[in-house]
Design a binder for this molecule. Structure first.
Ligand code: SME
Length: 193
C-alpha cells in the first residue's frame, strides 16, 4: 500500500462508506503528524476523491478545501488553506459569505441554493450549493471555543448536500481540530488541543 491508495474509492461505494473511508484514512494519516498544512492537504485530497467516486450530486463537487483563521489580520478573518479545485478567494472577513457566517457563529451552514444565501461570495460562478463546517478547539485553561478553520465544499448543482454530509463533515472537523497543532504565529501563542 502506498500513500496515494488512501484516495482510491471502490466503484459503487455509498456516501456513508466513502465518508467512513475518509475518516479512517484521515485518522491513519494524522497519526504521528500534527502539522495543520500537511493534514489539511491530505484531508482535501481524500474529500475530493471521495466525491468524485460517488454518483450525482456528490460527483458535481467543484471545490473542496479549507480556510483557516488568519492570525495576522487585525480583524477576524479567514485565509485560504489547502484545497482541491479552481483558484479561490484569498481572504474572507468573519460574517461575510457562507464561510464567514460559519466562522463567526461556529455553526454549520448547509446551503441548498447559494443564490438564496444573502452575501454568498461567488469565488466560482459554477457553484450552486455549498456546505461549510467550522473547526473549533477549546482553549486550554479557559475552555473557550476558538475557531481555527472551516471546511468548505462547493457543488455545481442545487441541493448538492444533505444531512449525511453534515454529520460526516462535522465528524471530520472534530478529528481535524484535535489532530493538529494550531499556531497563532503572530503572537507566539499556541492552542494545544
Ligand atoms: N462561497 C464562499 C466563498 C469561498 S469559495 O466557495 C471557495 C462563501 O460564500 O463564503
Amino acid at each position: 500500500m502506498v500513500h496515494a491508495d488512501a484516495s482510491n474509492f471502490v466503484i459503487g461505494v455509498t456516501k456513508d462508506q466513502a465518508y467512513e473511508q475518509v475518516l479512517m484514512q484521515a485518522e491513519g494519516l494524522f497519526d504521528g503528524q500534527r502539522n495543520w498544512v500537511c493534514n489539511l492537504s491530505n484531508a482535501a485530497s481524500l474529500l475530493w476523491h471521495a466525491y468524485k467516486s460517488l454518483p450525482s450530486p456528490s460527483n458535481q463537487v467543484n471545490w473542496a478545501g479549507f480556510y483557516t483563521l488568519n492570525p495576522l489580520s487585525p480583524s477576524p478573518q479567514l485565509i485560504l488553506g489547502p484545497f482541491q479545485g479552481k483558484v479561490a478567494c484569498q481572504t474572507i472577513a468573519f460574517s461575510r459569505g457562507v464561510c464567514g457566517v460559519a466562522a463567526a457563529t461556529q455553526t454549520t451552514q448547509l446551503v441548498r441554493d447559494v443564490d438564496a444565501f444573502p452575501g454568498h461570495i461567488a469565488c466560482d460562478g459554477d457553484s450552486r450549493s455549498e456546505i461549510v463546517v467550522p473547526i473549533v478547539v477549546s482553549q486550554e485553561g479557559t475552555g473557550e471555543k476558538k475557531l481555527v478553520a472551516i471546511i468548505d465544499i462547493d457543488c455545481a448543482v442545487l441541493d448538492g448536500f444533505d444531512e449525511v454530509d453534515r454529520v460526516y463533515l462535522e465528524k471530520l472537523g472534530g478529528l481535524i481540530g484535535r489532530s493538529c497543532d494550531w499556531w497563532l504565529w503572530s503572537s507566539g501563542d499556541r492552542l494545544d488541543c
